[in-house]
Design a protein around this ligand. Structure first.
Ligand SMILES: CC1=C(/C=C/C(C)=C/C=C/C(C)=C/C=C/C=C(C)/C=C/C=O)C(C)(C)CCC1
Ligand SMILES: [Fe+2]
Length: 465
């Protein structure tokens, strides 16, 4: 029995199936999407899980092999002729996967959408039955084969970033809730390197969209390769420089474009406008889970490494990277740790915040941290960005997923609510864990009758919506 007074459904998406008969994927991000739901009602929790019926998943089941280009694996060409065919289908996007194994969002109109980095991998699901309902197709002419896996979604709108690999840059687009038509807002041209930097996510403030350009850039040649390269579909171009661009949401104009120290991030936490005493915006503050400009995290997340913990501390260090992007025309921005990374064991990823603070000044972030030695983030951490401290939850041998913040209905304080995570216990069993977001102490746990695979991102569907 759960003593928890918010009714609704917690959904979590992630790559949950890595084996096809005798064949096993090698990277965490390749797995076919598994959707999990935990519905809270009158103090009770009921759970379910289901595979998302993407074309890539169905074809793999049918043929017993990889049939589309996944994060690291590609279908094996049977002959040179078929390789040429694959090349053509890559350019048209036909061979790209629609395995929507990364995020799940509830749109303003109530539709629930699972997402990955390919545009075609946007799939509408039913949050109650976990049925795969339909493809989500854009009804506009913006095109693009890939996009940021994390759009910014509110009750009224949807912001997305579309990298342009032909003319290196990014298109910023917005869409009204209830619509399938993105509107072009503006374009950012890359300042360095042969291709745009990987944009798994990006932050916004009330008035601006922040476009990161990191030196880990898409690589057309690696997209074509049959075997995974050390950086998969990407390449590290330290010489290209790293930049942060700021676009005005209303006009689409770039109001700042600064060079920053090199960085590697997948997940931005939040951003807000810094103001002076007269209320003028002087800078943009943008926070992210930053991997100390080291791409080894991608290697850390190979299944071979994740399944073989030897007791050695192999998880690379990460921090809350805080960018300060001045709006006074200065050419450089700053990047520093927002708090001492030791506070969260130098592990930092899979973050959430109180959505009421999206794009605004905020104090708390929830994420996965580390208790060392470890090969994967193994704690839940609540970051206090004002006090520069962290509260940590840890259970020996357990692997928790993203702590997802859900506000208490009627909450006035930023941390009045719960953080929900799904935990794989040391013995292989699993449970949903509900932490009081204020104290970061356990309120409840609901055991599953069986263990579930690791998963990535979450959303919350309130019961009366
Ligand atoms: C399928 C294609 C691609 C796919 C890219 C995908 C599926 C990217 C997924 C990225 C994810 C899930 C990133 C999550 C990061 C989590 C971290 C760092 C957690 C750390 C824990 O400490 C492209 C690569 C876009 C190319 C086309 C084909
Ligand atoms: Fe992500």
């Amino acid at each position: 029995m759960l003593q928890y007074n918010t009714d609704g459904t917690y959904l979590r998406n992630g790559p949950g199936l890595w084996d096809l008969g005798d064949y096993g994927f090698r990277h965490l991000f390749d797995g076919y999407a598994t959707l999990v739901r935990v519905s809270f009602r009158d103090g009770h929790a009921v759970g379910a899980h289901r595979q998302i019926e993407s074309e890539a998943y169905k074809a793999a089941r049918r043929h017993g092999k990889v049939c589309y280009r996944e994060f690291s694996e590609v279908p094996k060409p049977d002959s040179f002729k078929s390789f040429v065919g694959q090349l053509a289908s890559l350019l048209s996007g036909n061979s790209l996967t629609d395995n929507s194994n990364t995020g799940v969002v509830r749109l303003g109109d109530g539709r629930v959408l699972c997402l990955t980095e390919t545009v075609k991998g946007s799939i509408v699901v039913d949050p109650d039955t976990l049925d795969t309902v339909s493809k989500f197709e854009y009804e506009d002419k913006l095109g693009g084969l890939i996009h940021s896996a994390h759009p910014i979604v509110t009750d009224t709108e949807f912001w997305t970033l579309i990298p342009d690999l032909i003319r290196p840059g990014y298109v910023v687009a917005r869409m009204d809730a209830g619509s399938n038509e993105r509107q072009f807002v503006g374009r950012v041209d890359c300042r360095g390197g042969p291709a745009p930097g990987w944009v798994h996510s990006f932050p916004v403030t009330e008035n601006y969209v922040v476009v990161p350009e990191m030196p880990l850039r898409y690589c057309a040649a690696n997209l074509l390769r049959a075997e995974p390269t050390p950086l998969y579909k990407f390449q590290w171009h330290l010489e290209s420089g790293s930049y942060m661009h700021v676009m005005c949401k209303a006009s689409g104009k770039i109001v700042a474009s600064v060079e920053v120290p090199p960085f590697v991030t997948f997940h931005f936490i939040n951003a807000y406008e810094e103001k002076d005493e007269e209320g003028r915006v002087t800078a943009i503050i943008a926070d992210c889970c930053e991997h100390n400009a080291d791409t080894s995290i991608l290697d850390n997340l190979r299944l071979h490494n994740l399944r073989a913990f030897t007791g050695e501390d192999v998880l690379t260090d990460a921090r809350v990277g805080r960018f300060r992007i001045p709006l006074d025309g200065s050419p450089f921005g700053e990047l520093e740790a927002a708090l001492d990374p030791e506070e969260h064991g130098r592990g930092m990823d899979m973050c959430s915040i109180n959505p009421a603070h999206l794009g605004k000044e905020y104090r708390y972030a929830y994420a996965c941290g580390a208790r060392r030695p470890c090969n994967f983030p193994n704690t839940l951490t609540k970051i206090d960005l004002v006090e520069k401290t962290a509260k940590n939850w840890y259970e020996e041998g357990a692997v928790p997923s993203e702590p997802y913040f859900v506000a208490r209905p009627g909450a006035l304080e930023e941390d009045d609510g719960v953080a929900i995570s799904m935990v794989s216990a040391k013995d292989g069993s699993g449970y949903a864990l509900v932490l009081d977001a204020k104290t970061f102490k356990e309120i409840a746990r609901a055991k599953f009758p069986y263990g579930l695979p690791y998963g990535l991102h979450c959303c919350w569907v309130p019961r009366d919506k």
